[in-house]
Design a binder for this molecule. Structure first.
Ligand code: SAM
Length: 248
């Protein structure tokens, strides 16, 4: 059978497409795209004329079966989303899962993703992080979700839309505390790219005062929970550690 290539596309700056992505996109028999109206001009920009097939959250199950049959018949295909890496808060999971079950080769063609791009320049710890995608749209559900993350020690990464930015920041400040560090990355790789960082109250003040900056695409990164020296002294592990030390 053929191969499905999962191809990352730029998150803003078209120069971020890779040589390999262009080679693969030109060579395959078809390209499954989240929105063909979006992908056609992207490919045309690189002089690639392809057979585009739509694959979005409303037709993914049905489409996956059709694409599986085509791959089993020996065709090669590519999967792209509107921006960045497919499956990262974009369609593709149902398809990739189905192909893996069926033993069809799935090959990733790496490239941009907003989560990694944002972390790479934020200045928050990146040795461990947790990607949370989009928070729920409703404030009650959002607060509930955030409450589960209060003592998470890893850096937290969220995607957010401009019309929910201020509400989400306010809910986060309430749950995590005004003094926690946050970095907001806006319009990555584009003309108005910007990083705004500081304690919650500072960042909330900035965006409240600069409504013209509440525009475009955002990644929110929150410093993980730090145990104070006082609480670590009360740790349950202390007696165990002392016992282990004596045995040495
Ligand atoms: N698949 C994409 C990826 O790999 O990052 C994510 C798709 S998700 C539907 C779209 C969200 O990603 C946006 O709402 C925003 O939170 C984030 N995002 C995508 N491009 C961005 C950019 N250039 N700057 C900042 N955030 C971006």
């Amino acid at each position: 059978s053929g191969t499905l290539y999962v191809v990352a596309t730029p998150i803003g700056n078209l120069q971020d497409i890779t040589h390999r992505a262009l080679d693969v996109l030109a060579a395959v028999d078809w390209v499954a795209a989240e929105d063909t109206r979006h992908t056609r001009p992207l490919l045309q920009n690189f002089a690639i004329n392809q057979n585009l097939i739509s694959l979005h959250e409303h037709n993914e199950s049905e489409r996956s079966e059709q694409l599986l049959q085509r791959l089993l018949a020996g065709e090669n295909g590519a999967l792209v989303s509107d921006a960045g890496t497919p499956l990262i808060n974009d369609p593709g999971y149902v398809l990739v899962k189905r192909l893996r079950q069926a033993g069809v080769a799935v090959v990733p063609v790496p490239g941009a993703s907003a989560v990694i791009t944002a972390l790479s320049a934020a200045g928050l710890p990146t040795d461990r992080f947790t990607y949370e995608g989009f928070l729920p749209a409703k404030s009650s559900k959002r607060l509930q979700q955030l409450t589960l993350l209060v003592e998470e020690p890893r850096t937290l990464v969220f995607y957010e839309s401009p019309h929910r930015l201020l509400d989400s920041l306010a809910d986060m400040a309430q749950v995590f505390g005004e003094a926690r560090q946050i970095v907001v990355a806006r319009e990555l790789s584009k003309q108005f790219e910007q990083f705004v960082s500081g304690e919650f109250h500072e960042v909330v003040e900035y965006f409240s005062a600069n409504r013209d900056k509440v525009r475009g695409e955002f990644v929110l990164m929150v410093q993980g929970f730090e145990q104070t020296s006082q609480s670590s002294q009360q740790s349950d592990y202390d007696p165990l550690i002392k016992t282990l030390m004596k045995q040495k």
